[in-house]
Design a binder for this molecule. Structure first.
Ligand SMILES: [Zn+2]
Ligand SMILES: [Zn+2]
Length: 556
Protein backbone atom coordinates (compact mmCIF):
# COMPACT_ATOMS: atom_id res chain seq x y z
CA UNK A 1 0.00 0.00 0.00
CA UNK A 2 1.35 3.43 -0.87
CA UNK A 3 2.45 5.59 1.98
CA UNK A 4 0.68 8.89 2.15
CA UNK A 5 -2.35 10.42 3.69
CA UNK A 6 -5.78 10.93 2.31
CA UNK A 7 -7.70 13.80 3.87
CA UNK A 8 -11.44 14.18 3.80
CA UNK A 9 -12.54 17.67 4.76
CA UNK A 10 -16.22 18.64 4.64
CA UNK A 11 -16.62 22.40 4.31
CA UNK A 12 -20.39 22.24 4.69
CA UNK A 13 -23.44 20.01 4.77
CA UNK A 14 -22.46 17.74 7.64
CA UNK A 15 -24.53 18.64 10.68
CA UNK A 16 -26.52 21.26 8.79
CA UNK A 17 -29.11 21.30 6.05
CA UNK A 18 -27.69 22.49 2.74
CA UNK A 19 -24.39 24.06 1.68
CA UNK A 20 -22.87 20.73 0.69
CA UNK A 21 -19.18 20.93 -0.06
CA UNK A 22 -16.42 18.38 0.52
CA UNK A 23 -12.69 18.53 -0.11
CA UNK A 24 -10.61 15.42 -0.75
CA UNK A 25 -6.85 15.75 -0.57
CA UNK A 26 -3.93 13.50 -1.41
CA UNK A 27 -0.56 15.20 -0.99
CA UNK A 28 -0.50 18.29 -3.13
CA UNK A 29 -3.79 17.68 -4.86
CA UNK A 30 -7.27 18.63 -3.73
CA UNK A 31 -10.57 17.97 -5.43
CA UNK A 32 -13.85 19.46 -4.29
CA UNK A 33 -17.19 17.68 -4.45
CA UNK A 34 -20.15 20.04 -4.80
CA UNK A 35 -20.33 23.71 -3.84
CA UNK A 36 -23.81 24.31 -2.50
CA UNK A 37 -25.69 27.05 -0.78
CA UNK A 38 -28.10 27.18 2.10
CA UNK A 39 -31.17 29.36 2.11
CA UNK A 40 -31.04 31.77 5.01
CA UNK A 41 -33.18 31.20 8.05
CA UNK A 42 -35.56 33.99 8.83
CA UNK A 43 -33.24 35.33 11.53
CA UNK A 44 -30.86 36.22 8.75
CA UNK A 45 -33.34 38.49 7.08
CA UNK A 46 -31.57 40.88 4.83
CA UNK A 47 -29.37 38.20 3.41
CA UNK A 48 -30.21 36.29 0.25
CA UNK A 49 -28.07 33.18 0.34
CA UNK A 50 -25.58 31.48 2.63
CA UNK A 51 -22.48 29.73 1.31
CA UNK A 52 -19.64 27.84 2.97
CA UNK A 53 -16.47 29.52 4.12
CA UNK A 54 -13.78 28.33 1.69
CA UNK A 55 -10.72 29.62 3.53
CA UNK A 56 -9.25 26.11 3.44
CA UNK A 57 -9.42 26.01 -0.35
CA UNK A 58 -8.05 29.52 -0.70
CA UNK A 59 -5.12 28.72 1.57
CA UNK A 60 -4.31 25.82 -0.74
CA UNK A 61 -5.45 27.41 -3.98
CA UNK A 62 -2.50 26.07 -5.97
CA UNK A 63 -3.53 22.52 -5.08
CA UNK A 64 -7.19 22.64 -6.05
CA UNK A 65 -7.64 20.66 -9.30
CA UNK A 66 -11.35 21.09 -9.81
CA UNK A 67 -14.90 20.90 -8.52
CA UNK A 68 -16.94 17.81 -9.31
CA UNK A 69 -20.72 18.13 -9.08
CA UNK A 70 -23.08 15.28 -8.19
CA UNK A 71 -26.25 17.04 -9.38
CA UNK A 72 -27.87 20.39 -9.99
CA UNK A 73 -29.77 21.18 -6.79
CA UNK A 74 -29.00 24.54 -5.20
CA UNK A 75 -27.59 22.92 -2.08
CA UNK A 76 -24.92 21.40 -4.37
CA UNK A 77 -24.28 24.07 -7.02
CA UNK A 78 -25.65 27.30 -5.53
CA UNK A 79 -22.33 28.35 -4.02
CA UNK A 80 -20.44 28.04 -7.32
CA UNK A 81 -20.58 31.72 -8.35
CA UNK A 82 -19.04 32.63 -5.04
CA UNK A 83 -16.40 29.89 -5.14
CA UNK A 84 -15.47 30.53 -8.78
CA UNK A 85 -15.13 34.24 -8.20
CA UNK A 86 -12.41 33.39 -5.68
CA UNK A 87 -10.93 30.32 -7.28
CA UNK A 88 -10.49 29.68 -11.00
CA UNK A 89 -10.74 25.92 -11.38
CA UNK A 90 -12.52 23.58 -13.80
CA UNK A 91 -16.01 22.39 -12.93
CA UNK A 92 -17.14 18.87 -13.82
CA UNK A 93 -20.79 17.89 -14.06
CA UNK A 94 -23.32 15.96 -16.10
CA UNK A 95 -25.07 17.57 -19.05
CA UNK A 96 -28.16 18.67 -17.15
CA UNK A 97 -26.21 19.81 -14.10
CA UNK A 98 -23.92 21.93 -16.25
CA UNK A 99 -26.89 23.47 -18.05
CA UNK A 100 -28.17 24.71 -14.69
CA UNK A 101 -24.67 25.88 -13.76
CA UNK A 102 -24.34 27.77 -17.04
CA UNK A 103 -27.55 29.64 -16.35
CA UNK A 104 -26.40 30.52 -12.88
CA UNK A 105 -22.93 31.67 -13.95
CA UNK A 106 -24.39 33.66 -16.79
CA UNK A 107 -26.60 35.52 -14.34
CA UNK A 108 -23.50 36.40 -12.35
CA UNK A 109 -21.48 37.31 -15.44
CA UNK A 110 -19.00 34.56 -14.67
CA UNK A 111 -19.79 32.23 -17.54
CA UNK A 112 -17.20 33.48 -19.99
CA UNK A 113 -14.28 32.69 -17.72
CA UNK A 114 -15.67 29.39 -16.49
CA UNK A 115 -14.10 26.09 -17.50
CA UNK A 116 -17.01 23.63 -17.55
CA UNK A 117 -16.37 20.00 -18.46
CA UNK A 118 -19.11 17.51 -19.09
CA UNK A 119 -19.00 14.09 -17.48
CA UNK A 120 -21.19 11.06 -18.08
CA UNK A 121 -22.22 8.18 -15.88
CA UNK A 122 -19.88 5.29 -16.59
CA UNK A 123 -17.15 7.40 -18.24
CA UNK A 124 -14.15 7.57 -15.94
CA UNK A 125 -11.91 10.61 -15.91
CA UNK A 126 -8.73 11.63 -14.15
CA UNK A 127 -8.29 14.59 -11.89
CA UNK A 128 -4.91 14.96 -10.18
CA UNK A 129 -4.03 11.61 -8.63
CA UNK A 130 -7.68 10.51 -8.63
CA UNK A 131 -9.67 8.55 -11.18
CA UNK A 132 -13.34 9.34 -10.87
CA UNK A 133 -16.16 7.12 -12.03
CA UNK A 134 -19.59 8.83 -12.06
CA UNK A 135 -22.38 6.34 -11.29
CA UNK A 136 -26.00 6.92 -12.32
CA UNK A 137 -28.33 7.38 -9.33
CA UNK A 138 -31.99 8.35 -9.02
CA UNK A 139 -33.17 11.43 -7.13
CA UNK A 140 -35.86 14.10 -7.44
CA UNK A 141 -33.78 15.77 -10.14
CA UNK A 142 -32.56 14.22 -13.40
CA UNK A 143 -29.01 13.36 -14.49
CA UNK A 144 -27.65 12.80 -10.96
CA UNK A 145 -24.54 10.80 -10.18
CA UNK A 146 -22.69 9.29 -7.28
CA UNK A 147 -18.90 9.45 -7.53
CA UNK A 148 -16.55 6.52 -7.11
CA UNK A 149 -13.21 8.17 -6.52
CA UNK A 150 -10.22 5.89 -6.93
CA UNK A 151 -7.49 7.01 -4.54
CA UNK A 152 -4.12 5.43 -3.78
CA UNK A 153 -5.64 3.98 -0.59
CA UNK A 154 -8.81 2.56 -2.11
CA UNK A 155 -12.10 3.73 -3.53
CA UNK A 156 -14.10 6.47 -1.85
CA UNK A 157 -17.76 6.45 -2.90
CA UNK A 158 -19.71 9.67 -2.46
CA UNK A 159 -23.40 9.00 -3.08
CA UNK A 160 -24.46 12.59 -3.68
CA UNK A 161 -28.20 12.80 -3.03
CA UNK A 162 -30.10 9.69 -4.00
CA UNK A 163 -32.97 7.35 -3.54
CA UNK A 164 -33.29 3.94 -5.14
CA UNK A 165 -36.23 4.52 -7.46
CA UNK A 166 -37.03 1.37 -9.44
CA UNK A 167 -39.33 3.29 -11.79
CA UNK A 168 -37.94 6.78 -12.45
CA UNK A 169 -40.02 8.75 -14.95
CA UNK A 170 -37.06 9.10 -17.32
CA UNK A 171 -36.31 5.37 -17.15
CA UNK A 172 -32.68 6.05 -16.27
CA UNK A 173 -32.20 3.50 -13.55
CA UNK A 174 -30.14 3.56 -10.40
CA UNK A 175 -26.96 1.69 -11.33
CA UNK A 176 -27.00 -0.95 -8.61
CA UNK A 177 -24.62 -3.13 -10.64
CA UNK A 178 -21.71 -0.75 -10.45
CA UNK A 179 -22.18 -0.30 -6.70
CA UNK A 180 -22.24 -4.09 -6.37
CA UNK A 181 -19.09 -4.50 -8.46
CA UNK A 182 -17.18 -2.15 -6.20
CA UNK A 183 -18.39 -4.17 -3.23
CA UNK A 184 -17.34 -7.41 -4.87
CA UNK A 185 -13.86 -6.10 -5.58
CA UNK A 186 -13.65 -5.39 -1.85
CA UNK A 187 -11.64 -2.24 -2.29
CA UNK A 188 -14.05 0.39 -0.99
CA UNK A 189 -12.26 2.43 1.62
CA UNK A 190 -15.14 4.69 2.51
CA UNK A 191 -18.80 5.18 1.66
CA UNK A 192 -20.03 8.74 2.18
CA UNK A 193 -23.79 8.39 2.14
CA UNK A 194 -26.75 10.79 2.05
CA UNK A 195 -28.41 10.97 5.50
CA UNK A 196 -31.33 13.25 4.68
CA UNK A 197 -34.00 10.57 5.19
CA UNK A 198 -32.19 8.35 7.70
CA UNK A 199 -35.09 8.91 10.11
CA UNK A 200 -37.56 7.22 7.76
CA UNK A 201 -38.21 3.51 7.85
CA UNK A 202 -38.84 1.43 4.79
CA UNK A 203 -38.42 2.61 1.24
CA UNK A 204 -39.06 6.04 -0.23
CA UNK A 205 -41.92 5.70 -2.72
CA UNK A 206 -41.10 5.97 -6.39
CA UNK A 207 -41.68 9.23 -8.19
CA UNK A 208 -44.45 7.39 -10.02
CA UNK A 209 -46.49 7.16 -6.82
CA UNK A 210 -47.50 10.78 -7.32
CA UNK A 211 -49.30 9.88 -10.56
CA UNK A 212 -52.23 8.30 -8.70
CA UNK A 213 -52.87 11.46 -6.73
CA UNK A 214 -52.46 13.74 -9.71
CA UNK A 215 -54.96 11.57 -11.56
CA UNK A 216 -57.55 12.10 -8.79
CA UNK A 217 -56.88 15.82 -8.73
CA UNK A 218 -57.11 16.28 -12.49
CA UNK A 219 -60.29 14.20 -12.65
CA UNK A 220 -61.97 16.27 -9.96
CA UNK A 221 -60.86 19.78 -10.89
CA UNK A 222 -63.50 21.59 -12.86
CA UNK A 223 -61.86 24.97 -12.94
CA UNK A 224 -58.31 26.24 -13.22
CA UNK A 225 -55.64 23.97 -11.86
CA UNK A 226 -52.48 25.47 -10.39
CA UNK A 227 -49.62 23.10 -9.64
CA UNK A 228 -46.56 24.24 -7.79
CA UNK A 229 -43.46 22.11 -7.34
CA UNK A 230 -39.74 22.79 -7.00
CA UNK A 231 -38.68 24.18 -10.35
CA UNK A 232 -35.87 21.63 -10.44
CA UNK A 233 -38.31 18.71 -10.10
CA UNK A 234 -38.20 17.79 -13.74
CA UNK A 235 -39.88 14.42 -13.02
CA UNK A 236 -42.83 16.21 -11.44
CA UNK A 237 -43.10 18.81 -14.20
CA UNK A 238 -43.05 16.02 -16.73
CA UNK A 239 -45.84 14.25 -14.90
CA UNK A 240 -47.95 17.41 -14.65
CA UNK A 241 -47.57 18.12 -18.36
CA UNK A 242 -48.46 14.52 -19.25
CA UNK A 243 -51.57 14.61 -17.09
CA UNK A 244 -52.58 18.00 -18.48
CA UNK A 245 -52.48 16.55 -21.97
CA UNK A 246 -54.51 13.56 -20.92
CA UNK A 247 -57.12 15.84 -19.42
CA UNK A 248 -57.01 18.21 -22.38
CA UNK A 249 -55.61 21.20 -20.54
CA UNK A 250 -53.14 23.72 -21.91
CA UNK A 251 -50.09 24.35 -19.78
CA UNK A 252 -48.78 27.78 -18.79
CA UNK A 253 -45.46 28.19 -16.97
CA UNK A 254 -45.54 31.03 -14.48
CA UNK A 255 -42.53 32.23 -12.51
CA UNK A 256 -39.00 32.71 -13.64
CA UNK A 257 -37.42 29.63 -12.11
CA UNK A 258 -40.21 27.40 -13.41
CA UNK A 259 -39.86 28.59 -16.99
CA UNK A 260 -36.07 28.54 -16.89
CA UNK A 261 -35.65 24.99 -15.69
CA UNK A 262 -38.40 23.74 -17.98
CA UNK A 263 -36.67 25.38 -20.90
CA UNK A 264 -33.40 23.65 -20.07
CA UNK A 265 -35.17 20.31 -19.72
CA UNK A 266 -36.87 20.84 -23.08
CA UNK A 267 -33.59 21.79 -24.74
CA UNK A 268 -31.83 18.69 -23.47
CA UNK A 269 -34.68 16.34 -24.25
CA UNK A 270 -35.70 15.53 -20.67
CA UNK A 271 -39.15 16.85 -21.45
CA UNK A 272 -41.11 16.40 -24.61
CA UNK A 273 -44.06 18.66 -25.05
CA UNK A 274 -46.20 18.31 -28.18
CA UNK A 275 -46.79 21.47 -30.12
CA UNK A 276 -49.78 23.46 -28.93
CA UNK A 277 -49.60 22.27 -25.33
CA UNK A 278 -47.72 25.21 -23.87
CA UNK A 279 -49.35 28.61 -23.79
CA UNK A 280 -47.95 31.96 -22.75
CA UNK A 281 -49.09 33.13 -19.29
CA UNK A 282 -50.77 36.06 -21.00
CA UNK A 283 -53.07 33.61 -22.79
CA UNK A 284 -54.45 32.01 -19.61
CA UNK A 285 -57.42 34.36 -19.69
CA UNK A 286 -58.24 33.38 -23.27
CA UNK A 287 -59.11 29.81 -22.31
CA UNK A 288 -61.97 28.52 -20.26
CA UNK A 289 -60.87 27.71 -16.68
CA UNK A 290 -61.28 23.98 -17.20
CA UNK A 291 -58.86 24.06 -20.14
CA UNK A 292 -55.90 25.44 -18.25
CA UNK A 293 -53.20 24.03 -16.00
CA UNK A 294 -50.71 26.52 -14.57
CA UNK A 295 -47.31 25.35 -13.38
CA UNK A 296 -46.24 28.03 -10.96
CA UNK A 297 -43.13 28.55 -8.86
CA UNK A 298 -43.09 29.32 -5.15
CA UNK A 299 -43.80 26.21 -3.06
CA UNK A 300 -42.05 27.57 0.00
CA UNK A 301 -44.11 30.72 0.44
CA UNK A 302 -41.19 32.89 -0.65
CA UNK A 303 -42.72 36.37 -0.41
CA UNK A 304 -41.92 37.51 -3.94
CA UNK A 305 -42.57 34.22 -5.71
CA UNK A 306 -45.29 33.90 -8.34
CA UNK A 307 -47.54 31.74 -6.16
CA UNK A 308 -47.23 34.04 -3.13
CA UNK A 309 -48.19 36.95 -5.30
CA UNK A 310 -51.06 35.07 -6.89
CA UNK A 311 -52.23 34.13 -3.40
CA UNK A 312 -52.72 37.80 -2.56
CA UNK A 313 -54.21 38.49 -5.98
CA UNK A 314 -51.23 40.44 -7.17
CA UNK A 315 -50.05 38.51 -10.20
CA UNK A 316 -50.63 39.83 -13.67
CA UNK A 317 -51.44 36.50 -15.32
CA UNK A 318 -52.06 34.01 -12.55
CA UNK A 319 -55.42 34.89 -11.01
CA UNK A 320 -56.76 32.43 -8.51
CA UNK A 321 -60.53 32.44 -8.25
CA UNK A 322 -63.18 30.69 -6.24
CA UNK A 323 -63.32 26.99 -7.07
CA UNK A 324 -59.82 26.82 -8.58
CA UNK A 325 -57.52 24.07 -7.37
CA UNK A 326 -54.02 24.78 -6.07
CA UNK A 327 -51.63 21.87 -5.55
CA UNK A 328 -48.41 22.21 -3.56
CA UNK A 329 -46.49 19.20 -4.80
CA UNK A 330 -43.48 19.60 -2.57
CA UNK A 331 -42.38 19.18 0.95
CA UNK A 332 -42.56 21.88 3.57
CA UNK A 333 -38.94 22.66 4.28
CA UNK A 334 -38.47 23.06 8.04
CA UNK A 335 -38.14 26.73 8.87
CA UNK A 336 -40.50 27.76 6.06
CA UNK A 337 -43.71 26.60 7.77
CA UNK A 338 -44.86 30.07 8.72
CA UNK A 339 -44.52 31.54 5.25
CA UNK A 340 -46.06 28.50 3.59
CA UNK A 341 -49.09 28.30 5.88
CA UNK A 342 -49.58 32.05 5.54
CA UNK A 343 -49.68 31.60 1.78
CA UNK A 344 -52.05 28.64 2.09
CA UNK A 345 -54.34 30.79 4.24
CA UNK A 346 -54.42 33.41 1.50
CA UNK A 347 -55.24 30.72 -1.04
CA UNK A 348 -58.14 29.51 1.09
CA UNK A 349 -59.33 33.09 1.37
CA UNK A 350 -59.50 33.15 -2.42
CA UNK A 351 -61.77 30.13 -1.93
CA UNK A 352 -59.42 27.85 -3.78
CA UNK A 353 -59.28 24.14 -3.06
CA UNK A 354 -55.74 23.78 -1.70
CA UNK A 355 -53.99 20.42 -1.72
CA UNK A 356 -50.69 20.04 0.09
CA UNK A 357 -48.66 17.29 1.67
CA UNK A 358 -50.68 16.13 4.66
CA UNK A 359 -49.59 12.51 4.93
CA UNK A 360 -52.54 11.11 2.97
CA UNK A 361 -52.06 8.59 0.18
CA UNK A 362 -51.49 8.46 -2.67
CA UNK A 363 -48.99 11.21 -1.91
CA UNK A 364 -48.99 14.58 -3.61
CA UNK A 365 -45.22 14.64 -3.13
CA UNK A 366 -42.53 12.02 -2.61
CA UNK A 367 -39.07 12.58 -1.28
CA UNK A 368 -35.96 12.32 -3.41
CA UNK A 369 -33.85 10.82 -0.64
CA UNK A 370 -33.23 7.25 0.42
CA UNK A 371 -35.04 5.84 3.46
CA UNK A 372 -33.49 3.28 5.80
CA UNK A 373 -33.96 0.19 3.62
CA UNK A 374 -32.33 1.89 0.64
CA UNK A 375 -29.43 3.10 2.77
CA UNK A 376 -28.97 -0.48 3.99
CA UNK A 377 -29.18 -1.82 0.45
CA UNK A 378 -26.36 0.40 -0.77
CA UNK A 379 -24.21 -0.37 2.29
CA UNK A 380 -24.76 -4.08 1.68
CA UNK A 381 -23.72 -3.80 -1.93
CA UNK A 382 -20.71 -1.58 -1.37
CA UNK A 383 -19.31 -3.14 1.84
CA UNK A 384 -17.14 -0.18 2.78
CA UNK A 385 -14.35 -0.30 5.35
CA UNK A 386 -15.63 2.99 6.69
CA UNK A 387 -19.12 4.44 6.53
CA UNK A 388 -19.42 8.20 6.94
CA UNK A 389 -22.87 9.78 7.07
CA UNK A 390 -23.04 13.01 5.07
CA UNK A 391 -25.78 15.47 4.03
CA UNK A 392 -27.92 15.96 7.07
CA UNK A 393 -28.46 17.53 10.41
CA UNK A 394 -26.69 15.93 13.32
CA UNK A 395 -29.61 13.74 14.39
CA UNK A 396 -30.08 12.39 10.88
CA UNK A 397 -26.40 11.56 10.57
CA UNK A 398 -26.46 9.99 14.00
CA UNK A 399 -29.43 7.76 13.18
CA UNK A 400 -27.72 6.85 9.94
CA UNK A 401 -24.61 5.90 11.92
CA UNK A 402 -26.69 3.73 14.29
CA UNK A 403 -28.29 2.03 11.32
CA UNK A 404 -24.87 1.35 9.81
CA UNK A 405 -23.52 -0.01 13.09
CA UNK A 406 -26.26 -2.63 13.03
CA UNK A 407 -25.03 -3.84 9.64
CA UNK A 408 -22.47 -6.33 10.87
CA UNK A 409 -20.61 -7.85 7.99
CA UNK A 410 -21.39 -5.13 5.51
CA UNK A 411 -19.80 -2.12 7.15
CA UNK A 412 -16.43 -2.05 8.86
CA UNK A 413 -16.37 1.02 11.02
CA UNK A 414 -18.74 3.97 11.28
CA UNK A 415 -17.29 7.45 11.67
CA UNK A 416 -19.24 10.58 12.52
CA UNK A 417 -17.90 13.84 11.14
CA UNK A 418 -19.15 17.39 11.12
CA UNK A 419 -18.30 20.26 8.82
CA UNK A 420 -14.77 21.40 9.64
CA UNK A 421 -13.51 18.02 10.87
CA UNK A 422 -10.67 16.54 8.88
CA UNK A 423 -10.59 12.79 8.59
CA UNK A 424 -7.21 11.28 7.81
CA UNK A 425 -6.73 7.90 6.17
CA UNK A 426 -3.43 6.08 5.80
CA UNK A 427 -2.26 2.48 5.66
CA UNK A 428 -2.88 2.15 9.40
CA UNK A 429 -6.49 3.27 9.43
CA UNK A 430 -8.56 6.40 9.83
CA UNK A 431 -8.70 9.08 12.49
CA UNK A 432 -9.87 12.62 13.02
CA UNK A 433 -6.81 14.72 12.38
CA UNK A 434 -7.47 18.37 12.46
CA UNK A 435 -10.02 21.13 12.29
CA UNK A 436 -10.20 23.56 9.43
CA UNK A 437 -11.99 26.89 9.45
CA UNK A 438 -15.59 26.54 8.36
CA UNK A 439 -18.59 28.77 8.65
CA UNK A 440 -21.40 30.45 6.88
CA UNK A 441 -20.84 33.36 4.56
CA UNK A 442 -23.94 35.41 3.93
CA UNK A 443 -24.36 36.95 0.52
CA UNK A 444 -26.72 39.68 -0.38
CA UNK A 445 -27.15 39.06 -4.04
CA UNK A 446 -29.14 42.21 -4.63
CA UNK A 447 -30.35 42.73 -8.12
CA UNK A 448 -29.81 39.53 -10.01
CA UNK A 449 -28.30 41.17 -13.02
CA UNK A 450 -25.29 42.71 -11.36
CA UNK A 451 -24.06 40.16 -8.95
CA UNK A 452 -20.36 40.48 -9.63
CA UNK A 453 -20.57 43.72 -7.79
CA UNK A 454 -22.71 42.05 -5.17
CA UNK A 455 -19.91 39.66 -4.43
CA UNK A 456 -18.07 42.67 -3.11
CA UNK A 457 -20.10 42.42 0.04
CA UNK A 458 -19.70 38.77 0.35
CA UNK A 459 -19.40 38.87 4.00
CA UNK A 460 -21.83 40.10 6.55
CA UNK A 461 -19.08 39.92 9.10
CA UNK A 462 -18.03 43.13 7.44
CA UNK A 463 -21.19 44.70 8.71
CA UNK A 464 -18.99 47.31 10.28
CA UNK A 465 -18.14 48.67 6.85
CA UNK A 466 -21.66 49.19 5.61
CA UNK A 467 -23.72 49.29 8.75
CA UNK A 468 -27.40 48.58 8.91
CA UNK A 469 -30.72 50.28 8.35
CA UNK A 470 -33.91 49.41 10.22
CA UNK A 471 -37.09 50.85 8.79
CA UNK A 472 -39.81 50.58 11.43
CA UNK A 473 -43.36 50.54 10.17
CA UNK A 474 -46.53 50.37 12.22
CA UNK A 475 -49.46 48.74 10.45
CA UNK A 476 -52.97 48.37 11.78
CA UNK A 477 -53.62 44.67 11.72
CA UNK A 478 -57.33 45.01 11.14
CA UNK A 479 -57.49 47.73 8.54
CA UNK A 480 -54.07 47.33 6.93
CA UNK A 481 -53.47 51.06 7.17
CA UNK A 482 -50.11 52.52 8.08
CA UNK A 483 -50.43 54.10 11.51
CA UNK A 484 -47.61 56.63 11.44
CA UNK A 485 -44.74 57.97 9.37
CA UNK A 486 -42.15 55.18 9.10
CA UNK A 487 -39.21 55.50 11.48
CA UNK A 488 -35.72 54.71 10.26
CA UNK A 489 -32.92 53.68 12.57
CA UNK A 490 -29.39 53.53 11.16
CA UNK A 491 -26.13 52.33 12.67
CA UNK A 492 -22.71 52.39 11.11
CA UNK A 493 -24.19 53.77 7.96
CA UNK A 494 -24.10 57.42 7.08
CA UNK A 495 -25.74 58.94 4.06
CA UNK A 496 -24.33 62.16 2.64
CA UNK A 497 -27.06 64.52 3.71
CA UNK A 498 -28.73 62.84 6.61
CA UNK A 499 -31.95 64.85 6.53
CA UNK A 500 -32.45 64.66 2.80
CA UNK A 501 -31.72 60.93 2.82
CA UNK A 502 -34.14 60.25 5.66
CA UNK A 503 -36.89 62.24 4.05
CA UNK A 504 -36.44 60.49 0.72
CA UNK A 505 -36.21 57.02 2.30
CA UNK A 506 -39.39 57.63 4.31
CA UNK A 507 -41.18 58.88 1.24
CA UNK A 508 -40.08 55.79 -0.65
CA UNK A 509 -41.39 53.45 2.03
CA UNK A 510 -44.69 55.28 2.00
CA UNK A 511 -44.92 54.88 -1.76
CA UNK A 512 -44.20 51.16 -1.45
CA UNK A 513 -46.86 50.79 1.23
CA UNK A 514 -49.42 52.83 -0.70
CA UNK A 515 -48.83 50.67 -3.73
CA UNK A 516 -49.62 47.49 -1.81
CA UNK A 517 -53.00 45.86 -1.47
CA UNK A 518 -54.57 45.53 2.00
CA UNK A 519 -53.92 41.80 1.80
CA UNK A 520 -50.24 42.36 1.11
CA UNK A 521 -50.10 44.80 3.99
CA UNK A 522 -51.60 42.19 6.25
CA UNK A 523 -48.77 39.83 5.32
CA UNK A 524 -45.63 40.74 7.19
CA UNK A 525 -43.42 38.55 5.03
CA UNK A 526 -44.46 40.22 1.81
CA UNK A 527 -44.40 43.74 3.09
CA UNK A 528 -40.96 43.31 4.64
CA UNK A 529 -39.57 41.97 1.39
CA UNK A 530 -41.10 44.76 -0.68
CA UNK A 531 -39.81 47.48 1.62
CA UNK A 532 -36.38 45.88 1.73
CA UNK A 533 -36.11 45.52 -2.04
CA UNK A 534 -37.23 49.08 -2.78
CA UNK A 535 -35.11 50.62 -0.05
CA UNK A 536 -32.08 48.65 -1.13
CA UNK A 537 -32.38 49.82 -4.71
CA UNK A 538 -32.62 53.40 -3.48
CA UNK A 539 -29.66 53.17 -1.08
CA UNK A 540 -27.38 51.46 -3.57
CA UNK A 541 -28.23 54.04 -6.19
CA UNK A 542 -27.77 57.08 -4.00
CA UNK A 543 -24.87 56.00 -1.79
CA UNK A 544 -23.25 53.03 -3.58
CA UNK A 545 -23.26 51.27 -0.25
CA UNK A 546 -24.97 48.12 0.83
CA UNK A 547 -26.01 48.20 4.43
CA UNK A 548 -27.99 45.36 5.91
CA UNK A 549 -31.65 46.34 5.65
CA UNK A 550 -34.02 44.76 8.12
CA UNK A 551 -37.57 46.10 8.05
CA UNK A 552 -39.41 45.82 11.34
CA UNK A 553 -43.18 45.70 11.09
CA UNK A 554 -45.18 46.47 14.19
CA UNK A 555 -48.69 45.13 14.01
CA UNK A 556 -51.00 47.29 16.04
ZN1 LIG B 1 -30.53 16.99 -4.29
ZN1 LIG C 1 -28.95 17.95 -1.43
Amino acid sequence: MPSGKLHLAPLGGLGEFGMNCMALRWGNDIIVIDAGLMFPESELLGVDIVVPDITYLLEHRDKVRGIVLTHGHEDHIGGLPWVLSELKVPVFGTEFTLALVENKLDEHELLEDADLREIRAGNRFNLGPFTINPIQVTHSLVDCVALAIHTPLGVVIHTGDFKVDPTPTDNRLFDLHTFAEYGKEGNVLALLQDSTNAERRGYTPSERAVRGRFDEIFARADRRLFISCFSSSIHRIKLAIEMAREYKRKVALVGRSMSESTEIALDLGYLEVPEGTLIHPGQIKDFSPRQVCVLISGTQGEPMSALSRAAVDNHKHARIESGDTVVLSSRIIPGNEKGIYRMIDHLFRREADVIYEDGSTPPVHVSGHASQEELKLVMNLVKPKYLIPIHGEYRQMRLHADLARSMHGAVGQVLMMESGDVLEFDELGARKADRIPVGRICIDSGSRSDVVEDLVIKDRRHLSEDGFVLPIIAINKLTGTVESIPEIVMRGFAAGSEDGFMREARRLITVTLDGSTPEEKADIGIIKEKVRADLKRFIVKTTARRPLIMPVILEI
